[in-house]
Ligand binder design. Structure first.
Ligand code: NDP
Ligand code: 2IT
Length: 450
């Protein structure tokens, strides 16, 4: 017998795939959301009459442009850049910029789409966007990165603004890149304004923005544990990545009493059965944030640790996994390995790190599974707080920002509980998708046919 819900999802997806051929990451992100919200859409005639789902899956606009720049030895190079302005129903467009050779329009559309729901969950007035370029910052000099950022901003500046669209960092875009982008925006527009977040503390940045995504991911993890009367304290944890999100997830997990045993980069992963302590983390921060080195150096530095080239950390038995590197870094098979080895909690620092079949495996197993759009919302939330501080021309203390971050993560968790209750406990996928959807959908209804 045909299931009307499954049929509605498949009919919708067929149309979306036909309209957006070969954008596999975008299809994946949309399918997950549509599976969650279709019952609500079928139930509310107003959503169907206004074609809310069709409109929410179509970006407001995509800006595509060439970025031409010069290497240190005078060769001309060109890259492609995008800004996907997805939805500004509840606030100005907001979302990061990614610089990585793998960047495609499909990846930026999935990220922009996820950002709409994530930003809605934070309760702050932020719409969703994402941008970036297929530029590889690895191996480039600071001057080359500067010239690239300046060239990119020379086009991007006319499309962004503090009340229009506020970019920030993501993979390959950290403090250095945001500073160069900000400097060029200021030069072109002759205004000093909070048009980017993740800025340096000397020029309008917020305390704790750097730490916010990783800390927030662990706060969300702890919220899930506490809801079950448990805690991350004493648990063994694997973390992937060794960038901005991963390093501060490790820092907070250690602080809350967990034992973190892995880190990774695109070259492989390190396993340290003794656990990464504060001193070892300080070494990794210096290695990654200052020297821009490779994680394999960890195993050369600390006896007892091993490096596993070209592998991901998911076969290491742990109770908690925090994927903090990139999309689809946990395959279905790896999700099943984690479950077979006894994982009880997965909190996603990265965006869409788990393949959809792996997501279903986690949800069906009834473990605590916090999807990225809920668990990694702390970064954009503190970006929103950076914007508030810029508007008020104030700087809040670290304690004040941390307290607000903890409150926002707890309220996202509560929203997931409200919208995601199921017979197994809380389905955080359903909770975050429906919780993020309703506010945006209702704002779109209120705005009429725009
Ligand atoms: P960084 O560039 O600081 O670090 C990325 C890390 O992931 C590096 O260790 C990198 O290794 C690894 N990585 C990236 N791409 C790949 C790949 N294709 N295969 C294997 N390893 C890879 O980025 P962030 O820490 O900022 O971002 C990590 C994730 O968190 C992304 O999914 C991002 O979208 C998400 N996120 C980031 C937020 C933020 O505020 N920065 C907010 C919310 C989510 P290598 O150096 O070898 O490339
Ligand atoms: O994926 C994300 O939420 C980010 N990269 C951060 C976006 C932001 O505007 O701070």
């Amino acid at each position: 017998m045909s299931n009307p819900l499954a049929t509605a999802v498949e009919d919708f997806m067929t149309g979306l795939i036909n309209r957006n051929p070969a954008e596999y990451e975008f299809h994946q992100a949309v399918r997950e959301v549509v599976q969650s919200v279709m019952p609500l859409v079928l139930d509310r005639q107003a959503y169907r009459d206004a074609q809310i789902l069709e409109r929410m899956t179509e970006p407001d606009r995509i800006i595509i442009f060439r970025v031409t720049w010069e290497t240190d030895d005078g060769r001309i190079r060109a890259n492609r850049a995008w800004r996907v302005q997805f939805n500004n129903s509840i606030g100005p467009y907001k979302g990061g910029l990614r610089f990585h050779p793998s960047v495609t329009q499909s990846i930026l559309k999935f990220l922009g789409f996820e950002q709409v729901f994530k930003n809605s969950l934070t309760s702050l007035p932020m719409g969703g966007a994402k941008g970036g370029a297929n530029f590889n910052p690895k191996g480039k000099s600071d001057r080359e990165v500067m010239r690239f950022c300046q060239s990119l901003m020379t086009e991007l500046h006319r499309h962004i603004g503090k009340d229009t669209d506020i970019p920030a960092g993501d993979i390959g875009v950290g403090a250095r890149e945001i500073s160069y982008l900000f400097g060029q925006f200021k030069r072109l527009e002759n205004v000093f304004t909070g048009v980017l977040t993740g800025k340096g503390l000397e020029f309008g940045g917020s305390l704790l923005r750097k730490e916010a995504t990783g800390y927030g991911c662990v706060y969300f993890c702890e919220n899930m544990f506490q809801h079950r009367g448990d805690s991350i304290a004493g648990k063994t944890v694997s973390v992937s990545g060794s960038g901005n999100v991963a390093l501060y997830a490790v820092e907070k997990a250690i602080e809350l009493g967990a034992k973190v045993v892995t880190l990774s980069d695109s070259g492989g992963f390190i396993h340290d059965p003794d656990g990464i302590n504060a001193d070892k983390l300080a070494f990794v921060k210096e290695l990654k944030e200052v020297r821009r080195g490779r994680i394999s150096a960890y195993a050369d530095q600390f006896s007892g640790a091993t490096f596993h080239p070209d592998q991901r950390p998911w076969a290491v038995p742990v109770e908690v996994a925090l994927p903090c590197a990139t999309q689809n870094e946990i395959s279905e098979a790896e999700a099943r390995t984690l479950l077979a080895n006894g994982v009880i909690c997965v909190s996603e620092g990265a965006n869409m790190p788990t393949e959809l079949a792996g997501v279903h495996a986690f949800v069906d197993a009834g473990i605590l599974y916090g999807p990225g759009k809920a668990a990694n919302a702390g970064g954009v939330a503190v970006s929103g707080l950076e914007q508030s501080q810029n508007s008020a021309r104030l700087s809040w203390s670290r304690e004040e920002v941390d307290e607000r971050l903890q409150r926002i993560m707890a309220s996202i968790h509560q929203r997931c509980v409200t919208h995601g209750s199921s017979q197994h406990g809380v389905d955080y996928v359903k909770g975050s998708n429906i919780g993020g959807f309703i506010k945006v959908a209702d704002a779109m209804l209120a705005h009429g046919a725009v």
